[in-house]
Design a protein around this ligand. Structure first.
Ligand code: SAM
Length: 259
């Protein structure tokens, strides 16, 4: 916790708003997307999706994933409690919606579904996108499927799998993902492993969003390595997220932006 406070203070010190951004690509993203304050009808759907989970007092048996791929315990939890603690908050779900809506990615991968609070934002952001979302806990994934059906969100393919197993077993070279949202297994080793495994799926338009880059010293270390990778050009640190672009026409540049 102390680490995160220190990290946040450093972020505040370094972070800028649109006035300090000279890259037209990033300036446009910040002004037209990050700072777009106009209300959107989809925000209400995202709120209803969340509220329906928060009101759900049923319990499921949750399979927890420990460090790496080791499953270490299974326990009974209330759906409302999982929704309260495990997922993206409303403000960031709205931002994720806007980012998806702004870039209109045709093909999306989410690593870490939980109850689909972020999945719904991705799906509403581009209803024409094909979305694959990965979750290791079968009961959580099933609950998410029911919730997506309830809200008539039909463009999501939910896969129950351990992340590393899925990414290693697929022939990813034949896949292009235009947007990847990585929100599960916040360890340096796993994050860098997913980074390497997913590199063949990158196009010039691809955006990757890593959640919780300042969550721990090892996540910050992973973020530093990602930033310096030769294939990575623009990176944006929003404190909660590390955004990674591979656009060849952009000079390598790092931005720290308040959202
Ligand atoms: C933080 S939650 C995802 C939250 C979700 N993106 C949202 O905003 O609502 C992370 C999820 O990843 C799953 N998970 C963590 N490590 C995993 C692994 N190695 N393989 C498969 N699933 C894993 C957990 O079961 C958990 O549901």
């Amino acid at each position: 916790m102390l680490f995160q406070i220190k990290s946040f203070l450093q972020f505040l010190w370094k972070s800028k708003n649109e006035h300090a951004v000279h890259s037209p690509f990033v300036f446009h993203l910040v002004t037209k997307c990050f700072y777009d304050k106009n209300p959107k009808p989809e925000y209400k759907i995202l709120k209803e999706y969340r509220n329906s989970l928060l009101e759900n007092k049923n319990t499921i048996k949750v399979t927890d994933f420990g460090a790496g791929s080791k499953v270490f315990k299974s326990n009974t939890r209330q759906i409302s409690k999982i929704a309260k603690t495990a997922g993206i908050n409303q403000k960031r779900a709205e931002l994720l919606f806007r980012i998806t809506n702004y870039f209109q990615p045709e093909s999306i991968l989410e690593i870490g579904t939980s109850l689909g609070l972020a999945t719904s934002a991705l799906a509403l952001g581009n209803p024409k996108a094909k979305i694959i979302t990965l979750e290791g806990c079968p009961e959580t994934a099933n609950q998410c499927k029911l919730q997506l059906q309830k809200f008539k969100i039909n463009n999501v393919n939910s896969i129950i799998t351990e992340f590393g197993e899925y990414l290693q077993s697929q022939n990813l070279i034949s896949n292009i993902f235009h947007l990847i949202y990585i929100d599960g297994n916040h360890s340096k080793k796993a994050t860098l492993n997913y980074f390497d495994l997913l590199l063949p799926t990158v196009s010039n338009e691809t955006l990757w969003i890593f959640d919780d880059i300042h969550w721990s010293p090892e996540m910050e270390a992973a973020w530093e390595i990602i930033k310096t990778h030769p294939k990575v050009t623009v990176t944006i640190d929003t404190f909660q997220w590390g955004m990674v672009f591979f656009r060849k026409e952009q000079p390598k540049e790092h931005f720290v932006i308040r959202t």
